[in-house]
Design a protein around this ligand. Structure first.
Ligand code: PMV
Length: 313
């Protein structure tokens, strides 16, 4: 008997970077995201003599997946399992593969081992595995904030069907993992405390902008959250500079497009890829502009996707 689940990456518009000094992998900042379609993590769990993990067809001893199993086994009895996970996009390159991967894994394991988890409980276990994974349990717009730090649905994807043009500027795995990067920022960035204290207002304002479908307001808040997070990363010791030259070219192109009236804004996670979020009528123009930038290897146009779900056998 095997169980397969699929989930999509999400990209945060209001970012989380940093963790509270508490157990349970609790973010230091609340976040709001959009879940993407087309990019998919597909994870199958089956019975096995010993735990085995295959990632994109290769046997691996992935420490975060082992830690996820251990975390669940602290609360539930789970037999040894073989886990196979495939991403149809580059892994650990700033495309949120851990968000989709862990949302799919928790969803598959919960069914496989009959854990009886509610959707809310799935977001909590997903968060413990990888903070951003809590948000990929939901489609459309989702949030992760205090005081309970449970992932929540914010708006259905059909209620504001934004498009995202992803500009790939480097396909290599990122050099610094998010967990290590956050720890470095907490300990060394002189801007870290200001980042944490300013995010609560951004979060509230972004939820209001989404409720009002106020694109311009969401654009300003999202770009500001992204640049503040990268400011913290770049002011850490050692500095984390995830951007490639083409990343910066894309930032300028998107800002110019918006100042000329095209409804688009950028966001960038812990990696070099630029996600240009736009209204549907602007998507061809945005994709054309970004594809023409030297150093942009490829562009992918995606819409808003569904939450993590089981695949019928
Ligand atoms: O899910 P983690 O712990 O790998 O952290 C992800 C952090 C960012 O992607 C940079 C921002 C976010 O809120 O998703």
């Amino acid at each position: 008997m095997s169980i397969t689940a699929v989930a999509h990456p999400n990209i945060a518009l209001i970012k989380y970077w940093g963790k509270q000094a508490l157990p349970g992998n609790i973010p230091a900042t609340p976040s709001v995201s959009i879940t993407l379609d087309s990019l998919t993590s597909t994870t199958t769990v089956r019975p096995s003599e010993t735990d085995q993990i295959h990632l994109n067809g290769e046997a691996t001893a992935d420490a975060k997946i082992s830690a996820c199993l251990e975390m669940l086994r602290a609360d539930f009895s789970i037999e040894p399992v073989a886990i196979e996970s495939e991403n149809n996009f580059p892994t650990a390159a700033g495309l949120a593969s851990s968000a989709s991967g862990f949302a799919a894994l928790i969803t598959a394991l919960a069914e496989f081992s009959d854990l009886g988890l509610t959707t809310e409980e799935r977001t909590v276990y997903a968060r413990k595995a990888s903070g951003s994974a809590a948000r990929s349990i939901f489609g459309g717009f989702a949030s992760l904030g205090g005081p309970d730090w449970v992932g929540k649905p914010v708006l259905d994807r059909n209620d504001w069907p934004l498009k995202v043009v992803i500009a790939i500027t480097d396909e290599n795995r990122k050099s610094v993992s998010s967990s290590l990067g956050m720890k470095t920022s907490e300990e060394t960035s002189p801007y870290y405390d200001a980042w944490v204290s300013s995010t609560a207002d951004d979060y509230r304002a972004a939820l209001e902008a989404i409720a009002a479908r106020d694109f311009e307001r969401l654009a300003v808040l999202s770009e500001s959250s992204c640049l503040k997070m990268h400011g913290v990363m770049q002011s850490s010791l050692p500095a984390m500079i995830y951007w490639r030259p083409a990343t910066l070219s894309c930032i300028h192109a998107v800002r110019e497009l918006r100042s000329n009236g095209t409804p688009v804004f950028f966001t960038i996670d812990a990696g070099p890829q630029v996600k240009a979020v736009c209204l549907p009528e602007a998507v061809d123009k945005v994709a054309g502009e970004l594809a023409a930038i030297p150093g942009v290897i490829a562009t992918h146009t995606v819409g808003l996707g569904e939450g993590a779900r089981l695949l019928e056998p």
